[in-house]
Design a protein around this ligand. Sequence first.
Ligand code: ADP
Ligand code: MG
Length: 513
Amino acid sequence: MKYQPVIGLEVHIQLKTRTKMFTRAPAAYGFPPNTLADPVVLALPGALPVLNKTALDQVIRAGLMLGCEIAPECRWDRKNYFYPDSPKNYQLTQQAMPICLGGEVEIELPGPARNIQGEHKKIPIDHIHLEEDVGKLNHHATDSLVDFNRAGTPLMELVTKPALHSPDEAHAFLTSLRALMQQAAVSDCDMEKGQMRCDVNVSIRPTGTQTLGTKVEMKNLNSIAYVRDAIAHEIRRQTALLENGGKVTQETRDYDGTTGASQSLRGKEDAHDYRYFPDPDLLPVRVDAEWKQRIAASLPERPFDRQRRLQETYNIPYTLTSVLIWDKQVADYYDCCLRQAAADAPKLAQPLANWIVNDLLRALSEPTEISNLKSEIPSAPSDPSVPSVSNPSDLPLQTRITPENLVALVRLIADGQLTNASAKTVFAQMAATGDAPDALATRLNLKTAPADATELETWCRAAIDGNPKAAAEFRAGKDSAINALKGPVMKSARGKIPPAQVDQALRKLLAGS
Ligand code: ADP
Ligand code: MG
């Protein structure tokens, strides 16, 4: 490649708090316009800000989750500008002394094929600062209306170093960052609700050189896929410019995800002069070691750390861990199963992972289970005086199958008391009723019982006679060929003989005759 792309991201993430950053008005989504505004939000004369400590807790959580250094002291600056989305005519932010410095996000680039582990990289973060979100302008045919519900919502802005080099890396970065923030319960990062928004900065330079090229910025991309597309588009545009002897001009461009085209929004020369200065109404904040330690002690394991632990401790294949780690509820459920399995965890880890990935997740995505789930997650109340505290990511997995019962099911299979096929039936009943597998298997008359030796021999002979090819292959040394003979025997027995007994009987017959 003649040019190397250089990309830096600025990611805004709304922090999960009950109230806004400098006032008690609820921080929530989906309410009628301007019902979450109070004198502080509206900047009425005499209204003064009071800092919400939870917003600081949350940004410290974010910083520690990403390995940032937490500044011992940070303060608030006014970013002055005139636009209807802010009645104060300034935004409170941290320009000079941001709260988090450094840190990194581990990413995984797509592997050479689906289901194959890709390359891991660590993308360095420049800093994270805290600021308040602004109101939202809704544009109509002949006018624009402003909604201050979002104004004053705690918002963190994470700025990366210019250290990403492809659209795929940017995609992987946002995927990883979103999971980290969701799992630390910092934010739900729902991009459709504007809880995570991304500005991208793109430049290119001749491959092998170090000096940064002129960057172009694209603002407020609201899906991870758009970010990837916008970067790819911009790299192509800049490459074509340079190839034709042109120059890249520093500007902000607008990328349209539906048409895949971009247009210049404004040049750098009319960039605002924000006249930043420290806010006189707010004191600087000191974060001491104890505060940091308290938060550090409550952080969850990072997804890729969890994946490495599962791979190293239990030898769980990548195809399973890559599904298990992204959703904290699913990953916690699996870890809970492993704790229940106790001494048998090494033996049961893989079958448990298989049941969760193949059966439990499917059951959870079926309509019946989803309707159960919905009734238990509080939805946005219509009364704006009641703040929304729906925290789906903090709830345990919504299934009737407890980890204890899933482990019990897998034990029954491992002990030969239940065949895999019967276990599927029991599993479906467990999902529907929440009953324990042992009782269900007995009630459904599915438990295996040692077969009568003569009867078993007849079934085995019939299986061998019915598939002479498999029998010959087995005798020629292909051990796995025996599996083809087990099915018919199991079928004759209606799935009720311990699989080990079938295996034994078949081997004996195949060796003898
Ligand atoms: P500005 O002052 O224009 O806001 P910053 O230096 O604050 O620029 O950087 C904003 C973002 O742009 C950061 O994520 C940074 O990594 C990225 N960035 C800076 N320079 C470049 C460049 N030449 N090419 C690509 N990204 C860049
Ligand atoms: Mg900047």
